[in-house]
Structures are given as structure tokens and as C-alpha cells.
Design a protein around this ligand. Structure first.
Ligand code: B12
Ligand code: SF4
Length: 515
């Protein structure tokens, strides 16, 4: 069979779809083509007619078409599927990925089949049945529509042995990507932007209510261990092959939810082999409870230069009661102390979530206090809450009357359009804008563009009270911020992504969280 796999994500990263491709190609010996369609992060933007026509020409001789989307890019997936349904009606269309897992009932309206959860073995079984013209309507993980009725099958067990899966497909010979003129062209090495993603570990020890992992955990009860790891040799062999094949790769981005769930002995083995055989800088993610001095030391010695740690809410109340994220501010401060011991060697980014209608004025004041306690230097990344459709928190917010229409979820907003998020939530605008303005490098003297002394003045009780009551100054400042965000998204980001060479991106990536 010839199978086309289309990604709607805004980066040509898409580990999940790459794993699907290599499973079909290497294990089942089918031909796959991958088509990456990353356009802007303005999620209201759809693909042009020219792009769709080229897409049709690329896939028209395929036997099966699969597409992947996040909640935010689901409108683009819907557009592609509706178009292909009209243009190539005989080719079955499958929708898979995080959004399809969270909301299969919506997705089946646009596709012939929806794949929920982990996809490799599921699509493998489906393809075998399709090839042999067997009944496929009982294939686990899949949702089908037959005679107007929806058939939703149960989930199969999680793949226990990750090494039984071929490594993610990074062989660009049969890959395509959209270029700056909206044409679909052959994927070139430069499109990696100098870095390659890797998922050494699948699954997360936490289950936050705004995240896919909450749904993942509840759907997969009794179906296998959630946290699974590739063996060290599997990862090293794959990375070594990619390093030799693509000389412009300067960074490995380890995107496991927390790399620190690996046992120390395995980390020792990994770091030893990584230094000898790969020797490229790498980045990873962690959460406060799994942060550990010995493990971090090994990683830093092996080339770790950047780490992202999720703090999310600045108070235990929001983390525990709203996010069901049982990580205390005490644990956060302890992790921060450990990381700070490596300052100068590893840049740390703390991920925070704000703009949450469940936050009170006091929660926000306490969040600012916590951020002031974190030992500098660090990079503060401020994210405004999106209620991704189908997540636990989205369901709760609908029941609580916070989400009245789909627009209220903010899933169609550009992640970085800060003022639009704040205006949409219409609560605590003053304090949330201040937190958003703290984004950037934090030193002893400043938070991003804001000097610490100014922050102290702006967060005095009287100024907070005044500005929470009289909103005009906040709205004026917010509109100025929106102007800057517009320029960054529409000018700076475009130049960075589409024009600058991988060598510049590698260099900038090294310094961006430090300046
Ligand atoms: C790594 C990662 C990233 C990386 C790379 C993304 C990638 N896909 O390669 C980067 C840094 C680029 C990234 C960016 C963002 N991310 Co992210 N990211 C993740 C993370 C931690 C892991 C994804 C992953 O690789 N999983 C492992 C692979 C193997 O699993 P998978 O992708 O789910 O794929 C499997 C199945 O879903 C299925 N499948 C997938 N596609 C298809 C297609 C077909 C046809 C079939 C049959 C099956 C199938 O089979 C795959 C293999 O088993 C997830 C959390 C998570 N656990 O998924 C968040 C997550 C996907 N990210 C999320 C978000 C919000 C973002 C950002 C918007 C955040 C931001 N501030 O920018 C951006 C947006 C990027 C964009 N729009 O393109 C959300 C999405 C929420 C939602 N409901 O849509 C998630 C789920 C985390 C969360 N909060 O819940 N992310
Ligand atoms: S710690 Fe991060 S990846 Fe894990 S469940 Fe929470 S938000 Fe999701």
C-alpha cells in the first residue's frame, strides 16, 4: 500500500506521526510519504487553495491517508479532510493524534476512521485487514461510522516494549513540506532548523487536568504501564545514524515529559555513550519532583545545556485543586536550588500557566511572590491557559459556566497573543498582564523587560486595588503589548523560521535563554 501521512502542526517535529510512518514502512513494508504543513500559529488561518490542490496531486495515488492534529490545529485538519473527501472520495481518511484521542466524536464527522491513543500497532492491524479485504470494523483504538451509526472500539494495550517499534521516520527522501510561498516542496535538511527531536521516554508521572496525560491515564487503566522507556542502545544508535546523515544538526531536543524518570544507572550508561558517540548539545524537560542533583550532574557533563521545568501554577491551591497537579511550591523551590548549582552551564526555563479564570487575586499575588523567590538567572516562560477540547479542565469549565461557547476555550488563539488571551478571560487583567510582562530572562535586577524595583511598585496593594477597579491603564498597556506581539509573530518569527540558516538557528538557540 502507499500511505500518505499529513501533519498540521506548526513545527515539522511531529514525533507521533513519524513513528506511525516508520512502523508502516519498516515493519509492514508499505510505502509512506510524509507531508508537513506547518503554517503560522494564527490558528484561524487555513491552508490556501494552491496548497490544497498540490496536496491532492501528491496523495491522489495513495491507498490510505492519515492526518494528525493538536486541538488548536484541528480546524486545519478539518479543512484538509473535507477537501480530500470531495477530491479523492475513494481513499479512506484516518484522523489520529492528541485531539482525536480527546474528542473522537467530533473528528469522526470529518474522517472515515479515527484512531485514539497510541497508533502504531492499531494502524498496523487496520492496514493488514484492509489489504486482505477483511472486516476491520472491530479494530481496537478505532472509531468508525457505518450506516449513520458510530462504532467506538476499546483501546488495545499500550506497547510495552518501545524498542519493538522502529525509530521515528527522519528519512526525508519521501517527505514534503510547505514553503514560504505556500507551495508544497521536497523536505530539505535545512527544514530541521538544526535540531532533531527525540522521545526517549513516553508517558508522564503526573496527570494535570489541562493536559492529554489526564485523559491518557484514565483511558488506559489496566492496559499497561504508562511510563515506558527506549533502551539506551536504541536511542544512541538512532541518534548516531541521524548525526551522520544530517551534518547541520547541532542540537538534540529530548522531549520526554521528564527525562529524570530514568533510573540513575541508566542515565550513567546513557551519558557515557552519548558523550562518546553523539557529543552534541542537548535539551530536556523535567518536573520538580523528579529533579535530582546526581542525575542533573551526569546530564550536564554529557552536554545538557538547556532544561525546561514546569511549575505551572504559583500556588498549591491552583495546582492541587484545579490542576490536580500534586507538586508543591516547596518542591519547586527545592528543584530550583538544585538547578541553580549548575548556573553558567545549564540554562533553565520555568514554564508557568496563568490567565486561568479559577485564579483569584491572591493566587496571582502569591504567584509573583514565588517567581521572585526563584534563584536567578533563569528564563521565565509565561503561558496563558488554553482549555483544550476534551480535557478534564475544559469539561469542568463548561459545567461551571466559564466556557459558554467554543471561543471561550481560547483553543483558536495564537498561543503567544498575550493580550487577546487576557481580554478573553476578562478577569484580573492587571495582575495577569504584569505576569505576562515578567516573561523573559530573570536576573537579580529584572524580570524580562521589567526592572525588579518597578515590579515591586506595581504590585503594592494600593496599585493593585486601583488598577483592578479602573481598567483603562491596563487596557492601554495591553494594546501596546499586542502591537509588539503582532510584530514578533508576523515579522520576526517569519524571518527566523523561513529565512535564517540552521547555523544561525543553532547559535541563537544556544543564547536565547541567557540574554
Ligand atoms: C513533544 C511535544 C511537543 C514538541 C514536539 C511536538 C511533536 N508532536 O513532535 C513541541 C515543542 C514542538 C511542542 C509544541 C507545542 N505543544 Co506540545 N507536546 C509535546 C508532548 C510532550 C509529547 C508529544 C509526543 O511526541 N508524544 C509521543 C508520541 C509518540 O505520541 P503522540 O504524538 O501522541 O502520537 C501517537 C498517537 O497520538 C497516535 N497518532 C498521532 N498522530 C497520528 C496520526 C494517525 C493517522 C494515527 C493513526 C495515529 C496518530 O500515534 C502516535 C504514536 O503512538 C505532548 C504531550 C503528550 N504526551 O503527547 C505535548 C502536547 C502535544 N503539546 C501541546 C501543546 C499545547 C503544544 C503547543 C501549542 C505549546 C506551545 N506553547 O507552543 C506547541 C504547539 C505546536 C504546534 N501547534 O505545532 C498539547 C496539545 C494539547 C491539545 N489537546 O491539542 C500536548 C498534548 C500537551 C498538553 N498540554 O496536553 N510540543
Ligand atoms: S506534568 Fe506536564 S506533561 Fe505531565 S501531565 Fe502535567 S502538564 Fe502534562
Amino acid at each position: 500500500m502507499k500511505i500518505a501521512l499529513i501533519s498540521t502542526l506548526t513545527y515539522p517535529s511531529d514525533q507521533g506521526l513519524r513513528y506511525i510512518s516508520s512502523y508502516l514502512r519498516d515493519k509492514l513494508k508499505h510505502k509512506t510519504i510524509m507531508i508537513f504543513l506547518p503554517i503560522e500559529e494564527n490558528y484561524n488561518l487555513n491552508y490556501s487553495e494552491k496548497t490544497l490542490a498540490q496536496l491532492r496531486d501528491l496523495v491522489k495515488d495513495c491507498d490510505l491517508i492519515g492526518i494528525s492534529a493538536f486541538g488548536s490545529t484541528r480546524f486545519r485538519a478539518q479543512q484538509v479532510l473535507s477537501f480530500l473527501k470531495k477530491e479523492v472520495p475513494k481513499i479512506p481518511l484516518i484522523w489520529g493524534g492528541v485531539h482525536a484521542t480527546l474528542w473522537p466524536e467530533e473528528c469522526i464527522e470529518y474522517a472515515d476512521m479515527v484512531c485514539m491513543g497510541e497508533g502504531e500497532e492499531a494502524i498496523g492491524e487496520l492496514v493488514i485487514k484492509l489489504e486482505k479485504h477483511q472486516n476491520y470494523l472491530d479494530t481496537k483504538n478505532f472509531v468508525f461510522k457505518k450506516d449513520g451509526k458510530i462504532i467506538k472500539n476499546e483501546l488495545r494495550n499500550l506497547t510495552h516494549d518501545l524498542d519493538s517499534l522502529p525509530p521515528a521516520d527522519y528519512d526525508i527522501e519521501n517527505h514534503y513540506i510547505i514553503d514560504s510561498s505556500n507551495s508544497i516542496v521536497k523536505f530539505k535538511e535545512k527544514d530541521f532548523g538544526g535540531q532533531i527531536f527525540n522521545m526517549t521516554v513516553r508517558g508522564c508521572p503526573n496527570a494535570c487536568t489541562y493536559c492529554i496525560n489526564y485523559a491518557w491515564r484514565s483511558k488506559y487503566i489496566g492496559k499497561g504501564k504508562l511510563i515506558r522507556r527506549h533502551s539506551v542502545d536504541y536511542v544512541i544508535k538512532d541518534l548516531a545514524r541521524l548525526k551522520n546523515k544530517y551534518r547541520s544538526i547541532g542540537t538534540i531536543d529530548m522531549r520526554a515529559e521528564t527525562l529524570f524518570v530514568m533510573p540513575i544507572e541508566e542515565i550513567r550508561e546513557f551519558c557515557d555513550k552519548y558523550k562518546k558517540q553523539i557529543n552534541l548539545r542537548f535539551k530536556c524537560l523535567s518536573d520538580p519532583p523528579t529533579m535530582d542533583y546526581e542525575k542533573l550532574k551526569l546530564f550536564v557533563d554529557a552536554g545538557l545545556t538547556d532544561i525546561i521545568i514546569g511549575i505551572q501554577a504559583g500556588t498549591d491551591r491552583i495546582n492541587y485543586e484545579i490542576y490536580k497537579r500534586f507538586i508543591s511550591t516547596k518542591q519547586v523551590l527545592k528543584a530550583a536550588e538544585i538547578v541553580n548549582k549548575f548556573k553558567g552551564k545549564v540554562a533553565v526555563m520555568y514554564d508557568m500557566i496563568t490567565c486561568n479564570p479559577y485564579e483569584t487575586e491572591q493566587d496571582l499575588v502569591d504567584t509573583i511572590k514565588l517567581m521572585k523567590k526563584l534563584p536567578p538567572p533563569f528564563f521565565l516562560s509565561i503561558n496563558n491557559l488554553v482549555f483544550f477540547p476534551g480535557t478534564e479542565l475544559e469539561k469542568r469549565a463548561r459545567l461551571d459556566g466559564i466556557i459558554k461557547t467554543d471561543k471561550d476555550t481560547a483553543a483558536d488563539l495564537n498561543y503567544w497573543d498575550r493580550w487577546k488571551h487576557i481580554k478573553l478571560k476578562k478577569k484580573n487583567e492587571y495582575l495577569i498582564l504584569i505576569i505576562n510582562l515578567m516573561r523573559g530572562v530573570a536576573t537579580k535586577h529584572r524580570f524580562g523587560v521589567m526592572p525588579r524595583f518597578l515590579l515591586n511598585i506595581l504590585t503594592t496593594k494600593s496599585l493593585i486595588k486601583l488598577n483592578q477597579k479602573y481598567k483603562l491603564p491596563t487596557y492601554i498597556a495591553g494594546n501596546i503589548v499586542q502591537g509588539f506581539d503582532f510584530l514578533r509573530e508576523n515579522l520576526a518569527k517569519k524571518i527566523y523560521r523561513k529565512i535564517l540558516p540552521p547555523s544561525f538557528k543553532n547559535w541563537y538557540d544556544k543564547i536565547r535563554y541567557r540574554i
